[in-house]
Design a protein around this ligand. Sequence first.
Ligand SMILES: C[S@@+](CC[C@H](N)C(=O)[O-])C[C@H]1O[C@@H](n2cnc3c(N)ncnc32)[C@H](O)[C@@H]1O
Length: 337
Amino acid sequence: MHSNPKVPAPMALMEMIGNGSFAQAIYVAAKLGIADTLAAGPLDATAIATRIDADADAVFRLLRLLSSRGVFQQEPDGRFALNELSDPLRSDAEVSIRPWSLFIGSPEHREHWSHLDDAVRTGAAVVPALRGMSFFEFTRSNPEFGKVFNDSQTSVSELTLRAVLASYDFAPFPTIVDIGGGNGRLIGEVLAQTPGSRGILYDTPPVVAGASERLTPVADRCSIEGGSFFDGVPAGGDAYILKHVLHNWNDEQALTILGNVKQVMSPQSRLLVIEILLPEGNAPNLGFLTDLNLLALFGGKERTEREYRDLLAAAGFEITGIVPTPAAVSVLEARLA
Ligand SMILES: C[S@@+](CC[C@H](N)C(=O)[O-])C[C@H]1O[C@@H](n2cnc3c(N)ncnc32)[C@H](O)[C@@H]1O
């Protein structure tokens, strides 16, 4: 029995099939900056259309659809207003989801997902066959899309960052290395919270090139190194963070990354894997969707706790603790086995 027995099954299925179009309607609102336009207060469709240079009737129809499902709200006088679900579409919302919507709705991402059937047939990423290069190489060769992707990662990272900082104490580690640490947001915040620690940000050279400005407040305690974690990682860390890194890769690639971290770790140092832990079974979970995304883009996967235990054990680690956070991610703490 599907979730709403009052709706005939074919209709319920049609509604689900329409979810992709609904996501694209949210993307259009994000792209046109409609939430930003409404930040000062409610407006009717004509006033919104004037401000964003769009067609008034089409704006009305877009917002009628979105507000019918709770994204924006329509006032009794017909004007449209921000509400709880549309507020995060503002560019300057405390945690803005606008960059995530701009990525998911982008033509490049939609083209990748239009080949999901290939990923399901082969079990491999679709991007290499389509673009002739890996997803990360594609973001580098197409800087405009690369920025859309990197901004989307920064925006969702923000969601988990606070939860991780509130749940896990990094202070015991004198030197903390963030492997695949992107633009340095996490290591910057960790070091701001732990004045006694030093940090190393490690990512590919083009990515770390943009990090020094962000790390200015902790520049005297943080060094930046560019390289590939498939070749090696910086030595000397007491903690090695891998946040949202392993899920981008299949088990074989993940084992290579873990092997390179293992090579430079001492018996006292700790590996900190920060990832979503999928539940066993199939109770609704956002992770099942991100899992398919990881398959299509990278040939990667979200993993259950059991799968991480197996992966880490195969790489020569043993888990010493699992710290859940209020966000969807957990911190898996491990040492050399
Ligand atoms: C999903 S992002 C996670 C970024 C960051 N840890 C976070 O949680 O926001 C994956 C990161 O891995 C980096 N990366 C990809 N391939 C890499 C490689 N071969 N060596 C080092 N970093 C790499 C990417 O540049 C990106 O910053």
